[in-house]
Design a protein around this ligand. Structure first.
Ligand code: FAD
Length: 406
């Protein structure tokens, strides 16, 4: 390939660029990013950066020199606004058209916002470095923070704000924090972590309105049950949607993400694979053969591993193997590391196989039709590595439970 363009200069985009070189791409390589920053890492934004323990500049994934050694042309602050898949041509916001032999799509995801909060000072989402810098500055003058949404981002923001000594209320429409597929026990264990640290949780109740005063600054959050929470800062963490808006009319199949075959090759609207276009990271929806399930994974590990798989697909073509990972994520809240590998959902069997939930250090595993499909751990990383391997080997759930107790 003479020219490969990677769209999205985040984790998956940067790692795909590196992998393309490792896989032997010797032609031109262009990396396009909407943000003005060099590629950077997001996990610290809700943790160390928010607590002021890591400087924002320290989250860069690579320095300019290392990037220049991989990428011929770096177009930052320049979003792609359109793709013509059949011609493999990308249009940038300034009108530039980039024709390519290979394209990696890695535009990630964008946070959902609460309607009616536009233009209200003190209401934040947390996705970008600029979001984190703005939120950190606002926390400096704040006493009371309301976090809307108790998924991973909301729970981490609540933990970081509490660690800074702020009064924190968390509002969650579901009955417990974290994705419900992880099960009630995991949600309750996470809820307890926060209660123990003095966070007030409002579970099973939605937000009715977020209101400001005459100054245009947020002042309170009103819940559906009439509760009024005074707030200096509100952080909305109610999930993300894949960044596909710019791909409308591209000729690719777009649903909840860009639809791909099991090798991460994008599917064309006209049917079959859109040759020369691959997808990685939060944007990609593909069928994972290990679970025989269509999935889109919004976690760090997947962005890295899928970027490598997508780069292989581009360079090796049809020789590339399907991408069949055991998805993995971690979340740091206070001094607890929550880790999960595999899949979990309603109806799965669940057993605590090591430790005790009350001690804060424990491991649970998930089974489906007697197959081990998932593992969750609170502050016990060693076991996650072991069970993740067993999940990849399609081990039996009952045998794993028996082995743990024996
Ligand atoms: C605050 C925070 C904390 C997190 N913590 C954890 C954690 O503890 N553990 C974990 O497993 N995962 C965590 N994650 C998730 C993880 O960071 C993401 O899964 C990962 O960043 C996904 O990488 P990506 O490259 O697909 O998307 P992104 O990192 O979102 O990168 C996409 C890039 O594309 C750019 N872009 C968007 N549209 C365009 C366009 N039209 N043209 C050009 N460029 C465009 C964006 O500006 C962005 O830079 C966290 C995420 C956040 C936000």
């Amino acid at each position: 390939m003479e020219h490969v363009v990677v769209v999205g200069a985040g984790l998956a985009g940067w790692r795909a660029a590196e992998a393309l070189r490792r896989e032997g791409h010797g032609g031109r390589l262009t990396l396009v990013g909407a943000e003005p920053h060099l590629p950077y890492d997001r996990p610290p934004l809700s943790k160390d950066v928010l607590r002021g323990e890591t400087a924002p500049e320290a989250v860069a994934l690579a320095g300019r020199e290392a990037i220049d050694a991989v990428v011929d042309e770096l177009r930052l602050g320049q979003p792609a606004v359109a793709l013509r898949a059949a011609e493999r041509t990308i249009v940038l916001a300034d009108g530039t058209e980039l024709a390519a032999d290979g394209i990696v799509l890695a535009t990630g995801a964008t946070p959902r916002r609460l309607p009616g909060t536009e233009g209200l000072d003190g209401v934040f989402v947390l996705r970008t470095l600029d979001d984190a810098v703005g939120l950190r500055a606002a926390l400096g003058g704040a006493q009371r923070v309301v976090v809307v949404g108790a998924g991973f981002i909301g729970a981490e923001v609540a933990a970081s704000c509490r660690s800074l000594g702020l009064e924190v209320d968390v509002v969650e429409a579901l009955p417990a924090p974290l994705p419900p597929g992880l099960g009630a026990l995991v949600g309750e264990a996470c809820a307890q972590l926060h209660r123990d640290r003095g966070v007030t949780l409002h579970l099973g109740v939605g937000v009715q309105s977020i209101e400001g005063g005459g100054s245009g600054r947020v002042e309170r959050v009103v819940l559906a049950d009439g509760t009024v929470l005074e707030a200096d800062v509100v952080v909305v963490g109610i999930g993300v949607r894949p960044e596909t808006a710019w791909l409308e009319g591209s000729g690719l199949q777009v649903g909840d993400g860009v639809l791909c075959d099991p090798t991460c090759a994008a599917l064309a609207e006209s049917g079959g694979v859109a040759e020369g276009i691959v997808v990685a990271g939060d944007l990609c929806r593909w069928t994972n053969p290990l679970f025989d399930e269509s999935m889109r994974v919004e976690h760090w590990d997947n962005a890295v591993e899928q970027a490598e798989a997508a780069a292989r697909r581009l360079v090796q073509g049809l020789d590339a193997l399907p991408y069949a990972p055991v998805p993995y994520f971690w979340s740091d809240q206070y001094d607890t590391k929550i880790q999960f590998a595999g899949r979990a959902g309603a109806g799965d069997e669940f057993a605590v196989v090591h430790g005790a939930v009350a001690d804060g250090k424990w491991v649970g595993i998930y089974g489906r039709a007697d197959r081990l499909v998932g593992v969750v751990a609170f502050s016990w990383p060693r076991h996650v590595v072991r069970y993740r391997r067993l999940i990849a080997e399609r081990a039996s759930f009952s045998e794993a439970v028996a082995a743990a107790s024996g």
